[in-house]
Structures are given as structure tokens and as C-alpha cells.
Design a protein around this ligand. Structure first.
Ligand code: GLN
Length: 207
């Protein structure tokens, strides 16, 4: 907790991707946003968001910035984390259709397929019910060269599946303990419910 505001400190991994949108969404959800690019910044946060972007680039930059091992250690210690799109890919335990040298963080027992909605279809939008988050008022979900979850382990809660179109039935939001992931980008729509939910997870952890 920050002494001055009493709100949880929620970091956004700021190596690459749509960092600014997540920082703004964290602030709107009532937490203190912190941009994380250095080890000391990682050490200072109560929870971390891994944004959308390009997972293979993010993987490389985690090495360049010496953050890969420290981040894995914090995740092993139970730091709450939320990954959207490329962030979901980074948190997964297995990735299909990636580069052989791409590293990932192994914090969720899921297999994801990159760019799963099809290479022709750059983006796709649909309304989704997300368990524990939307409560009968679906949210607009924006998918941009997004992954989907092909396998979810026993301890993984499936929070949302696509309900229309060629991707119908595909898993696009999951939670396992203190780790949350969505294939879509709630930071681009102005709907703050996913960020509020994650800030609630972080607040519960540090209480
Ligand atoms: N296709 C990207 C990747 O593989 C993810 C796209 C995104 O985050 N919008 O990392």
C-alpha cells in the first residue's frame, strides 16, 4: 500500500505495447499506476499488468532489461498479475505458433494459440459475459491479432467464452489464483470493469 493514498500500487510492464492505456485504466480503477521497466520498480508494486503488444518482442526485452528471472520469482511468490492479449501469452505455460526462442512466464496452466482468430482477421469485436465481472451486463470485447486458450488446466477458472461467429466456444478469459488473463483489450474501450476487478484482487492480497 502507498502511505500517501492507501491505494494498491499496480504496475504496468512498460517494455513495449499499449502501456499508457493500462496506466490510465489503473488510475481510473482507483489504484496507483506505476510504470515498470526496472527491477526496483518491479519490487515496489503490489500487482502487475502485462499489456498487449507483441509477445516475442516482449520476451526478448524481458531478457535485455534483466527482468525475466525477477518477474518469474515475484509470480512464484504470489504477486497478482493480469495479462491482456500478448500479456496472456506471456503468462501461459505453453504457446502454440510462436518462435522457438520465445520465453514465457509459466504462471497460468494454459495452452494458448497466438493469432488464433485467423491471420486474415486482424481484429474482431463481440459482447461478452465475463464471470464475476459483467453480472448480466456484457462488455464489448476487442480482439486484435489475439490468442485464444486451447487448453485450460484443472485449477484454471474459465471466465469467458466467445458466444458467436467462427470462434464460438473459444476460451478468452481465465483466472488461476491471483493470475488473470484476457485475450481481449479492455483498456481500449473505456469499460473499466476488468481493471476494477484486478485492482480488487490486488487489494485483497495486501489487506
Ligand atoms: N499477436 C500478438 C502476439 O503474439 C498479440 C497481439 C496483441 O497483444 N494485441 O504477441
Amino acid at each position: 500500500m502507498t502511505a500517501d493514498t492507501g491505494s494498491p500500487r499496480v504496475g504496468v510492464l512498460a517494455l513495449q505495447g499499449d502501456v499508457r492505456e493500462h496506466l490510465a485504466a489503473v488510475a481510473a480503477a482507483g489504484a496507483t499506476p506505476i510504470s515498470v521497466r526496472r527491477r526496483e520498480e518491479l519490487d515496489a508494486v503490489d500487482g502487475l499488468i502485462i499489456p498487449g503488444g507483441e509477445s516475442t518482442t516482449m520476451s526478448r526485452l524481458l531478457g535485455v532489461f534483466d527482468l525475466y528471472e525477477p518477474l518469474r520469482a515475484r509470480l512464484r511468490d504470489g504477486m497478482p498479475a493480469y495479462g491482456s492479449c500478448a500479456g496472456m501469452i506471456m503468462l501461459a505455460s505453453e504457446i502454440l505458433d510462436t518462435r522457438p526462442d520465445a520465453r514465457h512466464l509459466d504462471a497460468l496452466d494454459i495452452t494458448v494459440r497466438r493469432n488464433a482468430f485467423g491471420r486474415q482477421v486482424e481484429s474482431f469485436e463481440t459482447d461478452l459475459e465475463v464471470d464475476g465481472i459483467t453480472d448480466g451486463h456484457p462488455m464489448r470485447a476487442v480482439f486484435i491479432r489475439a490468442p485464444w486458450v486451447e487448453r485450460a488446466g484443472e485449477r484454471v477458472e474459465v471466465l469467458a467464452r466467445v458466444t458467436e461467429g467462427p470462434a464460438e466456444g473459444r476460451i478468452v478469459a481465465v483466472r488461476q489464483g491471483d493470475v488473470l488473463a484476457t485475450s481481449f483489450h479492455p483498456e481500449v474501450t473505456g469499460d473499466r470493469r476488468v481493471h476494477e476487478y484486478f485492482v480488487g484482487m490486488v487489494a485483497a492480497k495486501i489487506e
